[in-house]
Design a protein around this ligand. Structure first.
Ligand code: PHE
Length: 350
């Protein structure tokens, strides 16, 4: 049995034992319990350990060192329990029982929504599909054209008003000052490019973008799309043209379409016509209006001569339709400018 006063049990030792048991067994399962625990054992005014430290001053001096060590260990033990309880609470999420809603979507970046084809692309594809079914193939030409293909070969005289600066975006001034390089004003130059490289029978459509320096309004824009059509063969007549356009319109609009041919003029067709579609609109006087969708006619013999095709043997028809107009009629769109604004509230509807 030891008689060393520094290791003898003191009354304070018994209290320390009791407090230690309490520290080891106190429940610590919530933030509230952790805070109550901290106040009960480590509180500055009446915490149990704080109390024991205060009592240490009354112990015999030779025992104080050992008591101090025990009390420091006890304090660390209490703090340890608080720390591990808080760590456990943090790991189980913010008050798991109350705030966590497992049915909410995960906090991930907004998923990318799949886009859709632009309504003009959809319309072009529909037009192409119908003409493919009639045995037409698809031709393309450049959007920057020269004077020959855009005007001269198409029988536009040098003074023709369509060459006017008002209508045409010139990249180089017209002859004699320049070469007359233009943003093509129509898809008809593709007629020339095809006929320069291919002998009849010819049966093509040529879709693409065209440009005109026009006053912008609900039905006109400085850029738009056309689909050119060209058929050249022996014995082609205006009746063939009319039948083809009627059949096409029924296929495109789905049966009930009112269409009219109006005599017109184009330098490269003779005779020429413009085709209108009746656009029913109850808000308009008369219940609607005629909407021009295309120009057409029999290929002028001068055009065939310009590309070295025997105009005594071959005849042909041509047409050029406005794709925006077709899309507007099909989807009841009231303003051509909507196609170019890229507003997803518009685009999402198609
Ligand atoms: N190119 C003409 C236009 O843009 C349309 C057209 C094409 C007319 C083919 C007749 C034949 O107005």
């Amino acid at each position: 049995m030891s008689t060393d006063p520094t290791t003898e049990a003191t009354p304070l030792d018994a209290q320390i034992d009791t407090v230690q048991t309490e520290i080891d067994t106190a429940p610590l399962t919530s933030a509230d319990e952790a805070e109550a625990f901290r106040i009960r054992f480590l509180g500055r005014k009446s915490g149990a350990i704080t109390d024991l430290f205060a009592q240490m001053g009354a112990a015999p001096p030779e025992q104080r060192r050992a008591l101090g060590q025990r009390l420091n260990a006890l304090k660390a033990r209490a703090q340890d329990r608080i720390d591990s309880a808080q760590a456990a609470l943090a790991a189980s999420g913010p008050s798991a029982a109350t705030d966590l809603d497992l049915t909410l979507p995960g906090r991930v970046p907004a998923p990318l929504e799949p886009g859709t084809l632009h309504p003009l692309t959809q319309t072009l594809q529909a037009i192409e599909g119908i003409f493919r079914g009639f045995g037409f193939s698809i031709a393309h030409g450049p959007e920057i054209e020269d004077d020959w293909h855009n005007f001269t070969a198409l029988n536009f005289g040098p003074e023709h008003p369509a060459r006017d600066m008002q209508d045409t975006f010139f990249l180089e001034p017209p002859p004699p000052e320049g070469r007359g390089v233009v943003l093509r004003t129509h898809t008809s130059p593709v007629q020339i490019r095809v006929l320069e490289g291919q002998k009849p029978p010819v049966r093509i459509i040529a879709p693409g973008r065209v440009f005109r320096n026009e006053a912008i309004s609900y039905k006109s824009y400085c850029l738009f799309h056309q689909v050119e059509g060209l058929v050249v063969d022996e014995g082609v007549t205006f009746a063939d043209l009319k039948a083809m356009l009627h059949t096409f319109a029924r296929a495109f609009f789905g049966g009930d379409v009112t269409m009219r041919f109006r005599p017109s003029f184009f330098p490269f067709t003779e005779p020429s016509a413009e085709v209108d579609i009746w656009w029913a609109d109850e808000t308009k006087p008369g219940g609607g209006q005629w909407m021009e969708i295309l120009g057409c006619g029999m290929v002028d013999p001068n055009v065939l001569d310009n590309v070295g095709i025997d105009s005594e043997r071959y005849t042909g028809y041509a047409f050029g339709m406005g794709v925006e107009r077709m899309a507007m009629l099909r989807h009841d769109i009231s303003d051509i400018r909507l196609f170019y604004e890229n507003d997803v509230r518009f685009l999402r509807q198609f």
